[in-house]
Design a protein around this ligand. Structure first.
Ligand SMILES: [Zn+2]
Ligand SMILES: [Zn+2]
Length: 163
């Protein structure tokens, strides 16, 4: 459970400041709409309790929408997807359906190559930029090892110091 929570707060950290700013402005605008503007536009405005509820619900929905917008804008970059295109798509596809499409379609997170820093997809064995192995492999049997493993998980031989 701890891991899940820390993953979630790590994800929250990538949301950019402008996303929080726009979300807060949208929330305040909704309070204005339901507490001030509605009194002037409606002959019989809804009772205050209903207006407060509507203001909070629509305000929160808009705030979440803007936070998701910032999240998609950053997250697409980490996955080697077109940031501008996906930001545009989630804005123009109505009712949040753009976000649903994004979360279904998004690619796995890219990992940096330990040798040259180029981003690579997690399934790749070799870097497409410099051609070196992305993960260390055993010098005697060739089995793939995790970075930092001292012994081969397959044949048990000690790992060669990484080049
Ligand atoms: Zn590389
Ligand atoms: Zn081995």
């Amino acid at each position: 459970m701890d891991k899940l929570e820390s993953d979630f707060s790590k994800e929250l950290k990538i949301i950019p400041w402008w996303s929080y700013l726009l979300g807060s402005i949208a929330f305040l605008c909704m309070q204005f709409v339901f507490h001030v503007a509605i009194l002037h536009s409606e002959k019989v405005p809804p009772p205050p309790a209903v207006r407060s509820l509507l203001g909070v619900v629509t305000g929160l929905a808009l705030a979440v929408w803007f936070m998701l917008l910032g999240y998609v804008n950053r997250d697409a970059g980490r996955r080697g997807m077109n940031r501008a295109l996906w930001t545009f798509l989630v804005i123009i596809i109505p009712n949040g359906i753009g976000y649903i499409i994004y979360f279904i379609m998004r690619k796995p997170m890219q990992v940096p190559c330990p040798h040259c820093g180029a981003s690579a997809e997690p399934g790749f064995t070799y870097c497409t930029k410099c051609g070196k192995a992305l993960k260390p492999s055993c010098a005697s049997c060739g089995a793939q090892m995790r970075p930092g493993d001292a012994f081969c998980p397959s044949c048990g031989k000690a790992a060669a110091p990484s080049a």
